[in-house]
Design a protein around this ligand. Sequence first.
Ligand SMILES: [Zn+2]
Length: 311
Amino acid sequence: MASRPVELALAALAAAALALAAGPAGAKLRVVATLPDVADMAQQVGGERVEVETIAQGSQDPHKVPVKPSFVTKLNRADALVVQGLGLEHAFLPALLEVAANPKILPTGPAYIDASVLIEPLEVPTSLNRAQGELHPLGNPHFNLDPVRAKLMAKAIAEGLARVDPAGASEYQAGLARFTALLDAKIAEWERLAAPLRGVKAVSYHQDLVYLAQRYGLEMVGTIETKPGVPATPSHLEELVDEMKRDHVQLVIREVAYEMPLAQTVAERTGARVATISSLAGGLPGTTGYVDSMQANLEALVRAAQGGGAS
Ligand SMILES: [Zn+2]
């Protein structure tokens, strides 16, 4: 059915009004986030004021994200950069920032938003020796897997966005309040869902579950990696298997970025079950944001702890 001229004119006016509401050309704050968790939080907090692009994908190992030229273009045009921080992005971010020619998003710049600033890190090394492949020199950077700490990440992001875009401060506050309320509801729900994990002994592939374990009472006994970023050696695996048998470890937690066969082998040799989770949002099939990813992780852990098959 053809529109009458008056309807066309109204539609044009409505479009113009929408464009004005969005502000001047290119009005949305161009936010680049290094990782999916902080990307989702920036979107939740920033709402309509921001346009968020993400560098790494949830199924990737954040310590090994390959650098691509397209990332440089994104960073060059960014109004703000959001990082999880504590060195988690060391594999790709410093090199990208060096060539991105955008001083305001450098760590010293005003538009560098670090989601770790309100976090008290666990496992801070006593010496700064990075020899032997130590990937966590500033403490453990995988605090996103604790939803209570996630509230602090969102708060740091809201404060950072308000610093970069003061005119939007009240909107960012409102976005933060909405996201925090959602998390609070989920945190209460997850406390009940994850109750069966309390006291369950587990090993993980990488040393990335310390915050999650602390929140839900998992007892982490060791890792398949010899140390963060250092692959398993035969002697390390023998020791791990012996320890797991001695301690009656029930779960092998395999983060989706790491290979399944080795986790499976360790589980078979010890009678443990494998649970596949993702250390980043969106890493498991069917998940995209922070909340559904946490939900999927906890469900996978509970399923395996209660005797369900590998997931
Ligand atoms: Zn790590």
